[in-house]
Write a protein that binds this ligand. Structure first.
Ligand SMILES: [Zn+2]
Length: 469
């Protein structure tokens, strides 16, 4: 029998991140991808820092991009993307849309390669963060969002694609502008959670999502399960509390701080801690520009602080002469405000007469070696989830270097993902007919978890169509 709806999982199964789910509704005649990410962990296994893929084909071969041959499409990608420039002469694609849940790279990065005729639906601020990421990251084949046909939504909107209705709703995650979706397919209502948590500072957003879901009878729940089998009691508040404790009797002159640039919560927490303890907070020019772009839009209240132009405890390391437009923008803005003294050269760090936090997206060993030897430091790794989607560096080699330099390290973080007890409550509350686990290394755990319930667990396999009726 022909099915009404087919789901094909092209990534994010048996792994954390790299979500790319093809939903085909044959009654409404719609084909769309929900999320279009790249698994960052396996990407980093194949490419060194600043080493880039040569082609779409190469990424398909490595299993990092959905294979058109497997899903029966042509023109999903613009091959011209190899030349980076947007080429409007792409033939039209058979895909109707791509919808992005949130601006983490393991959910959106593959957009770099898509045929520009495909409309991309994203939250208003989701798009802004992606575009700020684009502007602040080295242009390459894998960072090319030029010419994308964006269609923006907010919570409260209903998205119509042909006859298909999608209801987006905000959720709390480690990055603002994260959404879950209720999709009213011809085979019943389908919920896609994206990445979410119930324990974060904006948990009311996730509860809104639950409330919205409860208005519907859910047939299929496609649920993230990063932490299905392992929990920690942690929160951004606890991160702040732990940092306060460490800083209260801080014998060190500086702290090297590491977290992901896209983690706004963490940036705010560190900025507050620095200010409270009379530390300077040193960030790179790129970070300053990224956060300046966020400040400028400040759609969310949380986007106002810290404020790159006004917060004088934030110092910015500049890198030589102005070579790019973004450098000019951030430097000019600061000079205009009479804050030119907040721009530092690397060598100035050793002459600071104040304790400082040095924030690093990557660990430039050379810079640390150059720091004044009389300074004593500590390293604080604050990845949201060291083992999940935004994990970039090899922690071990960093630890080795820090050992040589006599810098002790701490790990203080909070997860962006729902904890086991909250996840179990969520599933029981939603009470779907079928549950499909994604974004987890332990999909089979859901089977044992729900063994005695009425909920059927379906473990997806890559490229194997799941038929819904
Ligand atoms: Zn995420």
């Amino acid at each position: 029998m022909e099915s009404k709806v087919d789901l094909t999982f092209c990534g994010g199964i048996n792994e954390v991140g790299g979500n790319a789910l093809l939903l085909e509704d044959h009654i409404h005649n719609v084909k769309l991808f929900i999320d279009f990410g790249i698994n960052i962990k396996s990407y980093n296994n194949h490419y060194e820092y600043l080493q880039f893929p040569k082609s779409v084909e190469e990424l398909i071969r490595l299993g990092l991009l959905p294979d058109e041959a497997e899903i029966g499409f042509l023109n999903l990608y613009q091959r011209e993307s190899v030349k980076i420039k947007y080429n409007p002469s792409n033939a039209s694609s058979k895909l109707d849309a791509i919808i992005i849940s949130h601006p983490h790279r393991d959910h959106f990065l593959a957009l770099s390669f898509i045929n520009r005729n495909i409309p991309v639906y994203a939250g208003e601020f989701t798009q802004k963060i992606i575009s700020a990421y684009y502007k602040c990251t080295k242009r390459s084949i894998i960072n090319n969002f030029e010419g994308i046909k964006w269609k923006l939504f907010r919570t409260g909107d209903i998205i119509h694609i042909n006859g298909l209705e999608i209801i987006p709703c905000h959720v709390d995650h480690s990055i603002p502008a994260s959404y879950g979706f209720i999709i009213k397919t011809s085979a019943g209502n389908c919920v896609y959670t994206g990445d979410f948590r119930m324990h974060g500072p904006l948990s009311w957003m996730s509860y809104d999502f639950v409330k919205k879901i409860k208005e519907y009878k859910v047939n299929t729940l496609i649920c993230e399960g990063t932490h299905v089998n392992q929990g920690h009691f942690e929160s951004e508040k606890k991160v702040k509390r732990n940092l306060k404790q460490l800083f209260k009797q801080m014998p060190y002159d500086y702290a090297l701080v590491k977290y992901d640039r896209l983690n706004w919560d963490r940036f705010r927490t560190y900025s507050v801690i620095a200010k409270m303890n009379d530390f300077n907070y040193i960030i790179s020019e790129k970070d300053a520009y990224f956060y300046y772009l966020m400040n400028k839009d400040k759609i969310y209240e949380s986007m106002r602080h810290p404020n790159i132009l006004n917060d004088d405890h934030i110092l910015i390391i500049t890198n030589g002469d102005v070579r790019f437009k973004w450098q000019e923008t951030i430097r000019t803005k600061l000079y205009k405000e009479g804050k030119g003294n907040r721009l530092l050269k690397t060598k100035d760090i050793s002459n600071l007469n104040k304790k400082f936090l040095l924030y690093l997206t990557r660990l430039p060993i050379k810079l640390i070696e150059k720091l004044n030897k009389k300074f004593k430091g500590v390293f604080i790794s604050s990845y949201l989830d060291p083992y999940t989607e935004e994990y970039v560096d090899d922690n071990h080699s960093i630890s080795r270097k820090l050992m040589q330099l006599g810098i002790p390290s701490y790990q203080i973080h909070a997860s962006g993902h729902i904890m086991p007890h909250d996840l179990y409550k969520f599933i029981i509350n939603v009470n779907p007919t079928t549950l499909i686990p994604i974004h987890t290394e332990y999909p089979h755990f859901f089977e044992s978890l729900l063994e005695n319930s009425e909920i059927k667990v379906l473990i997806p396999e890559k490229y194997r169509k799941i038929q819904l009726n």
